[in-house]
Design a protein around this ligand. Sequence first.
Ligand SMILES: *Cc1c(COP(=O)(O)O)cnc(C)c1O
Length: 220
Amino acid sequence: MDICDNLQHVRSQIPSGVRLVCVSKFHPAEAIQAAYDCGERLFGESRAQELTAKHALLPADIEWHFIGSLQTNKVKQVVPLATLIHSVDSGHLLAAIDQCAANNNLIANILLEIHIAQETTKHGFLPDEARTFIAEQRWLQYPHTRLCGLMTMGTANASETETRREFHRMRSLFDELKTACALPHFTELSMGMSHDFRIAIDEGSTIVRIGTAIFGERNY
Ligand SMILES: *Cc1c(COP(=O)(O)O)cnc(C)c1O
């Protein structure tokens, strides 16, 4: 299995205007270096420890996104390194990120994670909670944070029809909240993984997060 071949295959299915985050979690630095050598500069990690270690080992011009569930006690490791945190699933976490960004004298770019899937194990704001967040202009409470859009994960093992329906609902919610908040930087809709990114792109995703189709299966 050649990472560069996989990448070329994945890229051929992603239109310009949609960004690819290469999800490198649980894969070694050498695998990231191979994707880097094939031209990729944007990688996604899901654990603070792993992000810190890989950031130290790999070229400085890599852009790192954080995509995993984040505990508040790990925020200080992630905020200085991640150019976008996709997985903000509570006001509590957002407050911790904002405080940390203030301490570091920077602005943290974040997406609100939306719980649209059927599984109760998934995280995120329910659509109505996100509507309230926007209607009450709650982002104003977090001046060191820039709200860049929304992220979601579809239900695992759903039918294509169900996945499409979920992503379609997400796109509608994104359009609605974009209009409601009128923030110029509210531009990103992060949805789509290895098994469903084609559907996500059809339904209006702006960022896809792809691991397995590039790096192969993960060994947890
Ligand atoms: C692991 C992960 C991905 C990538 O999943 P693949 O199926 O390997 O493409 C995407 N998004 C999130 C939030 C993840 O945790």
